[in-house]
Design a protein around this ligand. Sequence first.
Ligand code: NI
Length: 188
Amino acid sequence: MSILKPSILKIARMGHPVLRGVAEPVADPAAPEIRQLVADMVETLEDIGGAGLAAPQVHVPLRLVIFTVPEARVTGQPLDQSQALQVLINPVIEPLGPEKELGWEGCLSVPGLRGAVPRFARIRYRGLDHEGGVVDRSVEGFHARVVQHECDHLDGVLYPQRMEDMRLFSFSEEWQRYPMPLTEETAP
Ligand code: NI
């Protein structure tokens, strides 16, 4: 089975209906068109930079995400493990407790903006990788945040919809110029 040379795909931006729909499960993770999609999404993410990408963001309404957890972003919490590029197909997330943390997020589909978003502090996530292998991890911190952000895309949810304090919504340039600390009670 041959895969064509990977292509850089166009990213859907907020307002496109593909970002509002509920994506369909992937029937066969090993199908050639899924392998091609994964290869193209990896190429796209490497080109544009970012922690993750969900299939609906490249106009494909399927339950498939890719993400990385860079060493530089992990918090030092025991379950906040760095992660090389991971493909996650038909993912299921289970919160491990009610605790939430506030942290900054951006999104390739909401370019040029940053927002502080509450997310479950600890989750277990399960799914299949691109070879059909089972992924089953319990994580926290930034790792947990990235997975929740990407999987939200599969249910038509963008991070601004999760925000509870719109004062913590900023253009990226202003966010860098005028650091906006999160309160001590809510900072990760
Ligand atoms: Ni996103």
